[in-house]
Design a protein around this ligand. Structure first.
Ligand SMILES: NC(=O)c1ccc[n+]([C@@H]2O[C@H](COP(=O)([O-])OP(=O)(O)OC[C@H]3O[C@@H](n4cnc5c(N)ncnc54)[C@H](OP(=O)(O)O)[C@@H]3O)[C@@H](O)[C@H]2O)c1
Length: 295
């Protein structure tokens, strides 16, 4: 039965019911959408069917059951393999598999060539928050398709459309992953440092998180400086930060913990200083990281 034949609740199909796909399907069900599901390993659909999902016998049947097919498989190659037998004409395909920007462009061209609209997407907040407003989902590709399906996609969380280039979601995905890891690496080092003096992680974390609004305010201010190409020393110069980093390095070594995290930060600051930015604001570090700087 095609979705056109079956009036009632708006429909969505979810293809791929791994850790993430199953959570997506649950969120659509919770939001009241008629949710058709398919997974290569059939048994993974059982729990969702028990919650009210409709089981499709094939990926092609799932695509036929809804105007919107949300696909969440291991990678782009699997997405193309699985959709190869489907009639995509007139549908919208949303791909939430992780990959590289060029893979997103290739898949977008392939899907468009089959007469469907394409949105590339990335789930930025793991599986635990899916279905809640705090869960960030980024999308790029067809603006019309996003406008048409925004309501459905918003049941996953905070659904943000980045632009028409299908590669943008993948680009942001990688950039934000690196941002999160930079923050977490600093956090893990900090926890190791205070733990060496007997402070437990759960005691430290409330102070650490209360410091984060200041850090995010720096990101906002420094983005403006980077945009302007001017680096005032309001938040400390590169050399002042390098001196403070030397204290952190010393304290870490004295505490007997690994120093590789502050060494990375020291390298960045020393390189910025060597490039003539010692008296500039710390955001000038960007000039040693940007395209062309490696030469
Ligand atoms: N889990 C997370 O927290 C998270 C967060 C952000 C993004 N993501 C991204 O979401 C995507 C899926 O992640 P996941 O955690 O759900 O992975 P997963 O639990 O390993 O599930 C992988 C899914 O892909 C299917 N699959 C793989 N190759 C296939 C093929 N050739 N044909 C048909 N189906 C195939 C699997 O089917 P079977 O069940 O039959 O093996 C399963 O449904 C990945 O790109 C991941 O990077 C995940």
């Amino acid at each position: 039965m095609s979705y056109d034949d079956k009036p009632g609740r708006p429909a969505v199909a979810v293809i791929g019911l791994g850790q993430m796909g199953a959570r997506l399907a649950q969120a659509f069900l919770a939001a009241g959408y008629r949710t058709t599901v398919w997974n290569r390993t059939v048994a993974k659909a059982d729990a969702l069917v028990a919650q009210g999902a409709v089981r499709a016998a094939s990926a092609a049947e799932a695509v036929g059951a809804a105007p919107l097919a949300v696909v969440c498989l291991t990678g782009y190659h699997a997405v193309r393999d699985v959709l190869a037998t489907s009639t995509l004409q007139g549908r919208t395909v949303v791909n939430l598999a992780s990959g590289a920007p060029d893979e997103a462009r290739d898949l977008a061209a392939w899907v468009s060539g089959h007469g469907a609209a394409y949105l590339d997407g990335a789930a930025m907040s793991g599986t635990r928050l899916v279905g809640r407003r705090e869960a960030l989902f980024i999308f790029s590709g067809s603006a019309d398709a996003f406008a048409e399906h925004q309501g459905v996609l918003a049941s996953l969380g905070n659904a943000v459309h980045l632009g028409a280039d299908p590669a943008l979601a993948s680009l942001y995905d990688g950039a934000l992953f690196g941002l999160a890891w930079g923050t977490l690496a600093g956090f893990y080092h900090a926890v190791a440092l205070v733990a060496a003096e007997g402070v437990v992680a759960t005691g430290f974390v409330s102070v650490a998180t209360s410091h984060m609004p200041f850090v995010t305010s720096l990101m906002t201010e420094h983005a403006r400086q980077i945009q302007d190409g001017r680096y005032p020393d309001d938040d400390g110069t590169v050399d002042v930060h390098a001196a403070a980093m030397a204290h952190l390095l010393h304290a870490s070594a004295a505490a007997g913990i690994r120093t590789d995290v502050p060494e990375l930060f020291t390298n960045l600051l020393e390189r910025a200083s060597a490039a003539g930015h010692g008296a500039d604001g710390v955001a000038s570090t960007i000039t040693t990281l940007s395209k062309g700087a490696a030469a």
